[in-house]
Structure formats: C-alpha cells, structure tokens
Design a protein around this ligand. Structure first.
Ligand SMILES: Nc1ncnc2c1ncn2[C@@H]1O[C@H](COP(=O)(O)OP(=O)(O)OP(=O)(O)O)[C@@H](O)[C@H]1O
Length: 351
C-alpha cells in the first residue's frame, strides 16, 4: 500500500526550518530533523538536513558530487554517527531501533564487501547466511531470484573479480534485494552502468515501488533518474535546497507557453496573451518558413498569488481572438533548470 503523508507530500517548498508536526514523524519512511555531520577536518558535509520521504515514494536524492548525499545516507543507516540531529526510519528512531528496523531496509552503499574469488552466487549466499532470520533451506532460491532480478543470472557462477564495474554494481543491488524490503536506500546505483544498465535500474526501481517498497535513490546525474521519481530532494553544499513531489518542483517555477503562428497573426497573439495576464509575452524567432514563435511565462502557483489561465484555456482564447494556431506547446523547466535557477550554479559544481 502506498500513502503520501508529511511535508514531502504537500506542495514543494524551498526548504524552510522544519515544522515538527505531532504524529508526522511516524508516517514517513524516512524522516530526519536537523541532521548534521561535521568531520574531524572541520568540514560540515551535511548541514541541518530535514528529509521527509513519504511511504511508497521513489525519492530522488540529487545533488552534485560532494554535496553530502553519501554522508547523509550513511547517517540514515547508522554507518556514520551524526554530529547533531535525529533520524527516523520506518517510524523508528535510529540508531536505537537499528536491530529491529534494518532487516526491513535494503541498502546499496559503496558496495558490500564481496569476496573476489567467490562467484556472484556464492557471494550472495555468504551475505544471506549472515542474516539470522533467513531460512538456509531456501538460500539458493533467494540468491538466484535476486541475481535474475538484476540481470546477472547468466554470470552467477563467474568470480566476482572477473565482473565488470557494472556487474559489480548489479551484484550490490542483488544483495539489497535478497529479501523483501519495506525501504531500499540506493546510493548512486547507476554508477558504472551503461545506458542499457541504467534503464534497467530505472525499470527495477519502478517495479519495486509498484510492489509497495519505498525507494530512496541518490544520483549526481539528475536527468538519469529524474523520470522515475515521485519525489525529489536536491542537495547543494551540504544543505537540502529543495524537496517535494517532483511535478510540483518544476511547476512552481513556472512553465512557458510557446505559440507558433503566421507572422501576420503574431501581434494578435501577443495582445491576447497579455490580455490573459501573461505580461511578458514576446514575439521570438521568425522561423525559416516565415512563421513566428511567441513565448510567455505561465506564473507558477507560488509566484505572488498571480494566476494564469490553464494552458487549454490559453489556447482556446487565442483561437477565439482569431489567431491561426500553427503550434501550441507548454514547456516545463527540467529539474536541472530549477536547480540552476535556485543556486545560480551548474549541477556539476563540487566543493
Ligand atoms: N570521512 C570524511 N572525512 C572528511 N570529509 C569527508 C569524509 N567523507 C566525506 N567528506 C567530505 O564531505 C563532503 C560530502 O561528501 P559526500 O561523499 O557525502 O558527497 P556526495 O554528495 O555523496 O558526493 P558524490 O556524488 O561524489 O558521491 C565532501 O566535501 C567530502 O569531501
């Protein structure tokens, strides 16, 4: 069952200081409050992060290299001790409830320690044997199912050291999938994968989510996982800059309508768009065939209370105004554009 609750289920927000709502903590699959890590070097790698990952979400945890994603994930899983802040996984406080919670959480973080001279299957069997709650009689079935799921069935008997980077990454994923999980935390699962492998991981994430698993998946390649995410959190320099439902994050920045008309109709299109409240309507390029594009920003819901008519009404109004519509397109900004607008930096900036 999937439910969407908590602040990440509400409209997207640039992250403001957390408002702690009674009861909200237990509803999300992951909830952190003021999560902070200062390394001995003095560097603050994670700075007051309030994550809210609703149950059933595919949460894209995005940010440039060095923005603090891995450190955050390691703190979620109890692998690194926070300098300050709180973590709740599946409604339970960490690390206090680690023994009870972690069996329900599958994780891919910098690859588990695989044995180079053992096969993929034997490596999984080793990991499976460590799990006290797993029935040894069905170990082989579990390992084979996990290998098949990540497309390693044919390479199950190959030694780990002969695996390519992509195959190693897949084996890490298989290890996370050895048993059914309520929550999967995948740190850069597409690292080292070719485009086909990346597509397969996206597909797998979608499939797991459809089965009711909440997935947090990190990436520094925004476009790579943007399309499978229901929710997104964007890190920059240790801070969570933005989080919320993916669609709301791009919608709130405002979309653009792009109208194509014959040159003779362009003035009427401009006038009508402005009359509808799209004050910045501008006639753009004259195309090779003499047609003209007219563009205008659709104010997002959060922009000063201004509202524009929905795009179908804009199109209908243009037609009523006698504009011969040759094309009508609504362009939504990509998450990358939102990030750049928010930070004034490119997504590949490290520190
Ligand atoms: N053990 C450590 N000691 C000191 N600094 C560290 C340590 N681990 C990470 N850092 C620093 O903390 C910052 C955040 O690193 P982190 O690995 O969390 O970022 P990231 O967003 O996961 O990056 P990437 O996408 O490259 O994996 C970086 O500047 C990194 O150099």
């Amino acid at each position: 069952m999937t439910t969407t609750t908590g602040t990440a289920g509400a409209a997207a927000t640039a992250v403001a200081p957390a408002v702690r709502q009674a009861g909200a903590v237990n509803d999300d699959a992951i909830r952190t409050h003021g999560l902070t890590k200062r390394f001995r070097s003095g560097q603050v790698a994670v700075d007051g992060v309030d994550l809210a990952v609703p149950r059933g979400a595919v949460y894209g945890f995005l940010g440039p290299n060095g923005s603090g994603k891995t450190t955050t994930i390691r703190m979620l899983l109890g692998l690194v001790t926070p300098t300050a802040g709180e973590v709740h996984l599946l409604g339970e406080p960490m690390p206090r409830s680690a023994a009870r919670v972690l069996p329900r959480v599958g994780a891919l973080v910098e690859g588990p320690a695989f044995q180079p001279y053992l096969s993929g299957r034997a490596n999984l069997a080793r990991l499976d044997a460590v799990d006290a709650s797993a029935d040894p009689r069905t170990a082989r079935t579990r390992a084979d199912a996990a290998l098949d799921r990540v497309g390693l069935g044919a390479a199950a008997d190959k030694r780990y050291r002969q695996y390519s980077l992509g195959m190693k990454q897949r084996l890490g994923l298989a290890a996370a999938l050895l048993r059914p999980r309520d929550l999967l935390v995948l740190d850069e699962p597409t690292n080292g994968l070719d485009p086909q492998g990346t597509r397969e991981v996206r597909h797998l994430v979608r499939e797991l989510a459809d089965g009711g698993t909440t997935v947090l998946v990190s990436s520094h390649l925004l476009a790579e996982i943007e399309q499978v995410c229901t929710h997104v959190g964007i890190m920059g320099a240790g801070r969570l800059l933005l989080q919320g439902p993916r669609a709301a994050l791009t919608a709130r920045r405002g979309s653009q309508v792009v109208v194509r008309t014959a040159a003779a109709d362009a003035p009427a299109a401009l006038a009508e768009l402005r009359r509808l409240g799209l004050a910045d309507a501008t006639a753009g390029r004259t195309l090779a065939d003499g047609d003209v594009t007219v563009t205008a920003a659709l104010p997002g819901p959060s922009d000063d209370g201004t509202t524009a008519p929905p795009p179908p009404e804009v199109a209908a109004a243009l037609v009523r105004a006698g504009v011969g519509l040759l094309g009508f397109e609504v362009r939504r900004p990509s998450l990358e554009e939102v990030f750049v607008e928010l930070t004034g930096e490119g997504f590949d900036v490290a520190r």
